[in-house]
Design a protein around this ligand. Structure first.
Ligand code: ZN
Length: 322
């Protein structure tokens, strides 16, 4: 019998990535979409289009899993609040079930990511795992005692909105906080810090790009850092240190065996992770810091999509074999 197939959809703050995934976790077809400021109705239409596009290539799919950048009520599949998409109080699971005529499961994108990495990725076989995805903002997931931890009503865990600096900048979007982890450390934060340093160091490649009116995004800064540009290296190291300060709290609170760093910003690799590990080694409580490994996501920026697919497979009563 051929392996069963489902669709996994990972929605980030900027874009959507989806795919047809089988129970051996092989991805057969992929789909990408950008939100580009879509309103609620357009956003839901983009989700439907993306699912139908990959479904056309694999009509045998049996379920769909969605990871949303939102606080999702786990029992009901209602998206209660999102800092990035117009998905406040949307009965997402019921809407998609009706429109797609397939079983649907909906969870927070960070929960989907930690599921993939803990079951089959960088933290496989660990019982206590924290996942941090650095993209537009910070997505996060907790795998505690061998299961996803969602809190009382499924709203956990939003580590991106832990406060790192009580006098820090306002958190973007609808978060009432300031100085949150995600405003200081994310793919977008690399871009913002890159702009600041570029203005101060006009004789670097980063500085010349700014002077030429080119966009300074997290991706550009990371690319320049890999090519050895001093200013870009400083930016990535600074964000890495800030990441480390956030992880000090994570290590002290959760005593995880593995912290998995994912999302687009992990393309910076060791340039980002090494400064973070140094801060944790200096500042976290000694027994807990000695127990933790801080590693890059095994599935890169596809953890969320694969985790969403795994939830859909679970829905079918099938555990992925790998
Ligand atoms: Zn916040």
């Amino acid at each position: 019998m051929p392996p069963r197939r489902v669709i996994g959809i990972d929605a980030g703050g900027t874009k959507l990535l989806g795919g047809v995934v089988d129970e051996d976790l092989v991805v057969h077809h992929r789909v990408h979409r950008l939100w580009r400021g879509a309103d609620r109705q357009e956003t839901l239409a983009i989700f439907l289009e993306a699912v139908e596009e990959v479904r056309a290539a694999a009509p045998e799919v049996e379920a769909v899993g969605f990871g949303l950048p939102a606080l999702v009520e786990w029992e009901t599949g209602i998206s209660r609040w999102s800092n990035h998409l117009p998905l406040d109080d949307v009965a997402f699971r019921d809407f998609m079930t009706e429109r797609l005529s397939l079983p649907v499961v909906v969870d927070n994108d960070g929960n989907a990511s930690v599921l993939a990495e803990a079951r089959a990725g960088a933290a496989r076989d660990a019982r206590h795992v924290v996942m941090i995805s650095l993209g537009t903002g910070i997505g996060s997931g907790l795998w505690l005692d061998g299961a996803v931890y969602r809190g009382a009503s499924g709203m956990g865990s939003e580590l991106g909105h832990m406060v790192l600096d009580i006098h820090g900048p306002d958190c973007p979007g609808d978060c009432p906080g300031r100085g949150c982890f995600e405003v200081l450390v994310s793919g977008n934060a690399i871009g913002r810090e890159g702009e600041r340093v570029a203005a101060e160091e006009p004789d670097t490649e980063l500085g010349r790009r700014l002077a030429a009116g080119l966009e300074i995004s997290g991706g550009i800064v990371t690319e320049l850092a890999h090519s050895g540009d001093q200013a870009a290296l400083e930016v990535v190291a600074e964000i890495g240190r800030r990441l480390g300060y956030g992880l000090v709290g994570v290590v002290n609170v959760f005593n995880p065996e593995v912290i998995v760093i994912g999302g687009g910003a992990v393309r910076a690799g060791e340039l980002l992770l090494e400064p973070a590990r140094r801060v944790v080694a200096e500042r976290a409580l000694p027994p807990a810091r000695e127990a933790v490994r801080i590693v890059a996501a095994h599935f890169g920026d596809e953890s969320g999509m694969l985790g969403a697919a795994m939830m859909a497979l679970d829905l079918l009563g099938e555990e992925p074999r790998s």
